[in-house]
Write a protein that binds this ligand. Structure first.
Ligand code: NAD
Ligand code: TDX
Length: 329
């Protein structure tokens, strides 16, 4: 059994954050305060069942609101911050980077200042993208240099450095986790897997950037959550942990799998303009968290992707609604 914590989760209305909150409330006796500003990516629908749960509270607000964060930490006796809140979509960062700087960089520093003031442990949820792009071979370890190539990745790399600086300079107990591409139910349909499923279900072409040969390393969102559990329980202060489950696939392979599962043919695939600076390949070595913290992923990619496809098929009103709402924002 997992130890009991009082956690301030930021970005808990987002894709990974809401899975994490539901998971922790199910598996532990934690109390959780969810701070989220409800951007286009925030959806409280998945947390509806928690209304009235005495171990859960929601606060609508920005991570840059020092007064609010300070007040939440004090009022709820927070002993751990798990920081998910971010602008998370690469294409949006290419269109305009300023909200990425404001939330991902300034917002993280603001939370660190509050954590320091109250001596609160800090777990920063980051990404494999901070390491940049790989060629055909090789994998990133925690010792790989940071070489971000998109405004999003650069903003995450900056925040990772600020978090680690807080450990070295002030001794704040921090961890940084760097996870590969997540998939699962209720992911905002701008991300590759839900976007491909939804375009297929709508009868539209599936837009692959470039030649579709780019490689991503996929992990089920629940495996990401259990990896964060392991860091909460056994993470050593100041350490970075890569999180991956070694499922490298070309985008084209994933798109074909989705079409096959929906009994549609490959002619739906269309090649569109490439993403500027499109990272070719991500792959992580996660021996450190496996060997030192005893974590292992449980989900088999193809089986779990099939279930995910079914979820989107059965939840059309959800994705129609989130897409419509985001247009209005
Ligand atoms: P998401 O975009 O689905 O959710 C982000 C959440 O943060 C939303 O609920 C949004 O309302 C909230 N938010 C945004 N700006 C805020 C602000 N200024 N103040 C308070 N709340 C704010 O993101 P996600 O895919 O769940 O990713 C969560 C975290 O995990 C991010 O830090 C991301 O960088 C990291 N990550 C994501 C992946 C992935 O594949 N999705 C992989 C590795 C790491
Ligand atoms: O329409 C598309 N067509 C396409 O070919 C989209 C949206 C994407 N792609 C490609 C680009 C990438 O090679 O699919 C791959 C995955 O794209 P995204 O879902 O945008 O993810 P990625 O850029 O890899 O970043 C993701 O993983 C790391 C998350 O969005 C980040 O938040 C996380 O940090």
């Amino acid at each position: 059994t997992l130890n009991k914590h009082t956690i301030l989760v930021t970005g808990g209305a987002g894709f990974i954050g809401h899975h994490f909150i539901n998971h922790r409330l199910r598996e532990t006796e934690d109390r959780i305060v969810n701070l989220d500003s409800l951007t286009y990516a925030g959806d409280l629908g998945a947390l509806k069942e928690l209304e009235g749960n005495p171990r859960y509270a929601f606060a609508k607000g920005d991570v840059n609101d020092l007064k609010l964060v300070d007040d939440l930490i004090r009022r709820h006796n927070i002993n751990l911050i798990v920081h998910f809140a971010a602008e998370s979509h690469v294409d949006r960062s290419i269109a305009s980077a300023s909200s990425f700087i404001q939330t991902n960089i300034a917002g993280t520093q603001m939370l660190l200042d509050a954590a320091r003031k109250h001596g609160v442990r800090f777990i920063h949820i980051s990404t494999d993208e901070v390491y940049g792009s790989l060629g055909e071979t090789g994998v990133f370890t925690e010792a790989s240099p940071l070489a971000p190539r998109s405004p999003y990745a650069a903003s995450k790399a900056s925040s990772d450095c600020l978090v680690l600086a807080c450990y070295h300079t002030f001794g704040l107990p921090v961890n940084v986790t760097r996870c590969t591409n997540n998939y699962g139910p209720r992911q905002f349909p701008e991300k590759f897997i839900p976007k491909m499923i939804i375009e297929a279900l709508r009868g539209n072409p599936l837009p692959l950037y470039g030649n579709g040969e780019n490689v991503r390393d996929w992990i089920h969102v629940h495996d990401h959550c259990t990896a964060i559990d392991a860091v909460i329980e056994k993470g050593v202060a100041g350490e970075v942990y890569n999180i991956g489950s070694s499922n490298e696939r070309k985008n084209l392979e994933v798109a074909r799998f989705i079409l096959e599962e929906l009994e549609l043919d490959d002619s739906r695939i269309t090649y569109v303009d490439d993403r500027p600076g499109h990272d070719y390949r991500y792959a992580l070595n996660s021996d450190k968290i496996r060997n030192e913290l005893g974590w292992a992923p449980r989900y088999e990619f193809e089986a779990a992707l099939k279930k995910t496809i079914r979820w989107y098929k059965e939840h059309r009103p959800w994705w129609e609604w989130v897409l419509k709402r985001s247009e209005g924002l």
